[in-house]
Design a protein around this ligand. Structure first.
Ligand SMILES: [Zn+2]
Length: 396
């Protein structure tokens, strides 16, 4: 079976997408080409997205981003979705822009792309602006509950990188660690009851991923006046243990952003002590820990409760995704690898999916051709990674 046939097979499969920041309904009809790029990873490339009014500005921007993976796959998605057969350049900007604006006059267009073009059966939604939201579409979006604010509830002033404070969000004020942990457990149970399927931790944008074992006494100190930095660290260590324990009770995987972020001890291997302390907790380590991708392969090999969530990675670096996927097949069963788009718009989500299918079909074809994987196992692998593995947790 050649790569094209693997690709066609994978493309025909329904997908459970493990991670998305899909914008609220009302923001999609307002999209034009520039706004779409601003709501994509192209906004992270250090060169401002052009307004589209100056050809010179467009050409300058394209020179800076054209070869980046973020651009390659989003451009390809736009060309496929809108039937455009030329690349984006200063002279074709208007064609792309018009296609985007006209399509989004249908207010459901963004959902049609997700359902029909991407074939998403379900999408785990990390709406960090409204943790636990299903954006009005519970049949498609399964909420992730973002737990970052819990790490910042030691007083009423501290906030995570999204400006959230757990106590302030709940409208409570306690300076007692026991009461605080009861509040965590109660809130997570309520979120589960309200439909949340996973817990999401993006703390790598706030601090390192080294989580030691904090004691209750140390954690309590952080809730009193003038805590030392080490008390706050102990508080965060202690509450993460509480989150991991509650996740077991609720049957919810804990998704953890690994790799990029502060780039200060944000590689997945930093989580080893936490993972070792919680053998019953299912950890979905996200983004392949890029650029420390082999951390993921090592951890899934050593710990049966660790999964590799490849969300974002194929869009960020297909080369890294290709290498990690080979390593994961080498060291891990097919049942602990999942994928998500990690995007804000449907067009970029489609591009992320194109990137992943490209990597997946390439890896499977290479292994079958070199005689180290049987064709049926390769087909089964695609089904497991795209759908079955993540679908299993939505049932619980
Ligand atoms: Zn994300």
């Amino acid at each position: 079976m050649d790569r094209k046939r693997f690709y066609d097979f994978a493309q025909s499969l329904p997908i459970v997408n493990t991670h998305s920041h899909h914008l609220p309904d009302e923001e999609h009809p307002a999209l034009n080409l520039a706004e779409m790029f601003r709501n994509s990873y192209l906004n992270w490339c250090g060169v401002p997205v052009p307004s589209g009014e100056s050809e010179e500005e467009i050409a300058h921007w394209l020179d800076a981003v054209r070869t980046r993976s973020y651009f390659v796959w989003l451009e390809r998605a736009l060309m496929e979705l809108y039937g455009i057969d030329e690349h984006l350049h200063a002279g074709s900007w208007e064609i792309f822009d018009r296609a985007v604006r006209q399509a989004h006059q249908d207010r459901d267009w963004h959902l049609k792309i997700l359902r029909e073009n991407c074939r998403y059966e379900a999408v785990l939604l990390d709406a960090y602006w409204s943790p636990g939201s299903h954006a009005g579409h519970p049949e498609l979006f399964r909420p992730a509950y973002r737990v970052n604010s819990i790490f910042y509830g030691y007083d009423d002033k501290a906030v995570d990188h999204n400006d959230h404070n757990f106590q302030a969000a709940l409208g409570v004020r306690t300076r007692d660690i026991e009461e605080y942990t009861r509040l965590i457990k109660h809130t997570l149970r309520e979120k589960k009851r309200a439909g949340c399927s996973v817990l999401k931790c993006a703390i790598a944008y706030d601090r390192s991923l080294c989580f030691g074992k904090g004691t209750k006494e140390q954690a309590q100190k952080a809730m009193l006046d003038h805590p030392e930095p080490r008390d706050i660290e102990a508080f965060q260590d202690y509450v993460f243990d509480c989150i991991c324990e509650t996740a077991v009770e609720l049957g919810m995987p804990v998704q953890i952003h690994t790799g990029l972020g502060l780039m200060d001890r944000s590689g997945a291997m930093q989580l080893q002590p936490l993972i070792a302390r919680h053998p019953q907790t299912t950890f979905w380590l996200m983004h392949g820990s890029y650029p420390w991708t082999s951390d993921i392969a090592g951890l899934v090999h050593a710990y049966p409760n660790v999964w590799a969530d490849l969300c974002w990675l194929p869009l960020l670096s297909p080369a890294a995704a290709h290498r990690l996927m080979h390593e994961l097949i080498d060291v891990c069963n097919a049942d602990r690898v999942v994928w998500g788009c990690d995007t804000w718009t449907s067009e970029e989500s489609y591009g992320a999916r194109l990137a992943f299918l490209d990597v997946l079909s390439r890896v499977l074809a290479e292994r079958v051709e070199s005689g180290i994987m049987r064709e049926n196992d390769a087909l089964r692998y695609a089904e497991a990674v795209l759908h079955d593995n993540a679908a299993g947790i939505l049932k619980s």
